[in-house]
Design a protein around this ligand. Structure first.
Ligand code: BV8
Ligand code: ZN
Length: 239
């Protein structure tokens, strides 16, 4: 591990860096991941809950799930992994891009900025009627489901399965991956597309790929370096 960290550290000294994060980076902030042993989706099937159809069918049930998740995330604090990425961006603002699949907002709380958010933000609500969006950090939400001033139903401004990713965010992420010299995938199972495809995009564009994850992922075969450990321990050592 030491030699890999040393080699990755050297690679980060020059060129464009992309950090690509998933739920694993928030695991040490006690925000459960989706597919781990204690994953959120052990009890619920994501395709059943995290879809527009499920929401139309039973907005109250889907909101109970997200209101519960908001309560967990509201209590969470950024961990050394989030803080290390914010510090790296502070040192190399022109050479660093953070692309996240997470919707918990912990990267921003840690001090990261201009974060590319591929799957939206659980703290932003969007009206299904008038489209108005607003930040709302109220936990628990009351009433459930929350309603807009216009009377329309509010939904979380996150990307459900079967939904398109925000065009501008995807463009920024794809551009960063195409121009990356070093691409570090942190805490993601690399199973959800099109986000997971960014690792291949970076690799094909000539980037050197590193993976920070205690467990194997399908992206491992693209990696020059695999740092087999928790982000909260590995990333600070990288700095
Ligand atoms: C789209 C919001 C179509 C909701 C999410 C079959 C094959 C290929 C693709 C598909 C297919 N069937 C369907 C699809 C498409 C689908 C998809 O990819 N499905 C997968 C499951 C197969 N994708 C979509 O539907 C996307 N949209 O394709 O649109 C389209 C096309 C044209 C026109 C219209 C439509 C939308 C994808 C976004 C879905 N929304 N979230 C909600 O979650 O409530 S995705 C969800 O998974 C999360 O948001 C998360 O962002 C994402 C990825 O999960 P990870 O972040 O990787 O987390 P995970 O738990 O999986 O892994 C954690 C990792 O951390 C593990 O590896 C673990 O080992 C590691 N770890 C643990 N502890 C630590 C750690 N690492 C470091 N440190 C630690 N301490
Ligand atoms: Zn409205």
């Amino acid at each position: 591990m030491e030699s890999a960290i040393e080699a990755l550290r050297r690679s980060l000294q020059t060129g464009q860096i992309v950090a690509f994060t998933g739920a694993g980076i928030s695991a040490e902030s006690r925000v459960p991941t989706f597919r781990g042993a204690d994953g959120l989706w052990r009890n619920y099937s994501p395709e059943r809950l995290a879809t527009a159809e499920a929401f139309w069918e039973d907005p109250h049930l889907v909101w109970e799930w997200y209101d519960w998740l908001r309560g967990l995330i509201h209590a969470a604090r950024p961990n050394p992994g989030h803080l290390a990425l914010a510090e790296l961006q502070r040192r190399e603002p022109a050479r660093f891009t953070l692309v996240t699949q997470n919707m918990d907002g912990l990267h921003e709380l840690a001090g990261s900025h201009d974060v590319v958010k591929l799957h939206g933000d659980i703290w932003i609500l969007r009206c299904m009627q008038c489209g108005r969006e607003g930040r709302n950090r109220q936990v628990p939400l009351a009433p459930l489901p929350p309603l807009c001033r216009c009377g329309g139903l509010l939904r979380p401004a996150i990307v459900w399965f079967g939904e398109m990713l925000p065009e501008d965010q995807w463009e920024r992420a794809a551009h960063a991956a195409q121009n990356a010299d070093t691409f570090v995938a942190i805490g993601t199972s690399a199973l959800v597309y099109p986000a997971a495809g960014l690792v291949q995009v970076a690799r094909r564009s000539g980037a050197r790929v590193a993976i920070v994850n205690p467990d194997p992922t399908p992206a491992d075969e693209l990696a020059e370096w695999i740092l087999r450990g928790p982000a909260g321990e590995v990333l600070p050592r990288l700095l």
